[in-house]
Design a protein around this ligand. Structure first.
Ligand code: AKG
Ligand code: FE2
Length: 386
């Protein structure tokens, strides 16, 4: 994650953490809209300059497209081909597109349009559900204390039906019909995306020659699965500002639908590549958790969002995560002489706390790396978890 990604994924806080950090940050877009900040405050300084406009998609066609129906089908040859392509994409790109995924576009579009309706409300209404520390609710940008200021507002929704119900009923207390419709649309979206996420994670796990449920069985009640809709307003000077700067996502897997504007860019072999919007596919990317618990075999790729001068952009993203508190270890089958154990056991909660505190950018998992000990080459093996 960037100082971004980690917190930004809307992870839940334990009760005591919420009590320890009750301050609600001032978010960048809110500060802009209130006249407390200007565009100048959003300008990217230093190393990460925006070099690629939102509508350049050169090399996008190289991004693998996986046929999900083939993974479920009975034609072994086609299944094997798609499984291999997906595994290869997960190792090299950390990103791929999926088609024939079975998610009706209307289901995602309904969530997008309901949340658009939310963004159009007066600020006092949106602030009724302001997120305390990105966990859940309305986020009007990035905290102004951060180095990079994001040009976006977002609604973060955890996959917890009661929490969603409470939030929607609070905002639309005067429009029960709309509230009911919103809740029902979100429920269909969550159910479909959870099913799809599990399928993809299990197929990738099978591709690594592990039992298919090695990771999905860790989707306990403490698992962090959430969703959000991001809105990137048009920006008078898009060449100097990021919607979200380069970051990796913290969870296992993200599944994204972007509207037709363009702006999502992925880092591949040191180059940023714009991902062309396309209604026949969804975009998947692996998160840091998946990278660490596969001993770095799978790749959590850096990505970012460019804004533009004329059109608002919307993206709807589902984040699939596993248990937040159980120590997670690399399965011993993924540790070999040629690929010694790279990461120590960790909890998602610990990882998150680290990233929030340090505001580390793309390489958020570095602190989990086991340092090679030159005088004892077997050390890393002996630490390998059971
Ligand atoms: O807006 C997008 O296309 C990507 C958003 C993103 O990377 C995120 O919310 O973590
Ligand atoms: Fe992201």
């Amino acid at each position: 994650m960037a100082s971004t990604g980690e917190v930004s994924q809307g992870e839940e806080d334990s009760e005591d953490e919420v009590q320890k950090k009750p301050e609600i940050p001032l978010y960048s877009m809110q500060a802009l809209w209130d006249g407390k900040m200007s565009l100048k405050d959003f300008e990217v300084k230093g190393e990460e300059k925006l070099t690629l406009p939102h509508d350049v998609f050169e090399h996008d066609e190289a991004l693998p497209v996986i046929d999900i129906s083939a993974l479920l089908g009975t034609d072994k040859k086609i299944r094997d081909e798609n499984m291999a392509a997906m595994l290869d994409a997960a190792k090299t790109w950390g990103f791929f597109k999926i088609r024939n995924h079975g998610v009706p576009l209307e289901v995602v579009k309904k969530v997008e349009s309901n949340v658009k309706n939310f963004f159009a409300l007066p600020m006092e209404k949106k602030l009724m559900v302001k997120a305390i520390n990105f966990a859940f609710g309305y986020v009007g940008g990035s905290p102004v204390s951060w180095r990079y200021k994001w040009w976006l507002e977002g609604l973060h929704m955890k996959v917890n039906y009661q929490a969603i119900r409470d939030m929607v009923n609070l905002v639309w207390s005067d429009d029960k019909d709309f509230a009911e419709e919103f809740i029902s649309d979100l429920t269909s979206y969550f159910d479909t995306m959870r099913y799809l996420s599990r399928l993809i994670v299990e197929c990738l796990t099978e591709g690594l020659s592990l039992p298919r449920d090695t990771y999905t069985k860790l989707e306990t009640e403490n698992a962090i699965c959430n969703a959000r809709v991001n809105h990137y307003p048009a920006c008078p000077d898009p060449s100097k500002v990021f919607g979200i700067p380069g970051h990796t996502d913290p969870q296992m897997l993200s599944i994204l639908y972007q509207d037709d504007v363009g702006g999502l860019q992925v880092l591949k072999d040191g180059k940023w590549i714009g991902i062309r919007p396309d209604d026949s596919t969804l975009v998947c990317n692996l998160g840091d958790t998946f990278q660490v618990i596969t001993n770095g075999i799978l790749h959590s790729a850096g990505h970012r969002v460019a804004v533009n001068a004329t059109r608002s952009r919307y993206a709807t993203i589902y984040f699939y995560g596993i248990d937040n508190v159980i120590p997670l270890c690399v399965p011993p089958q993924l540790v070999t002489k040629d690929r010694p154990l790279k990461y120590r056991p960790f909890t998602v909660h610990e990882y998150r706390a680290h990233c929030v505190e340090k505001q580390v950018p793309i390489d958020g998992v570095k602190f989990l790396e086991i340092q090679p000990q030159s005088n004892n080459p077997s050390t890393s093996q002996s630490k390998s978890p059971q």
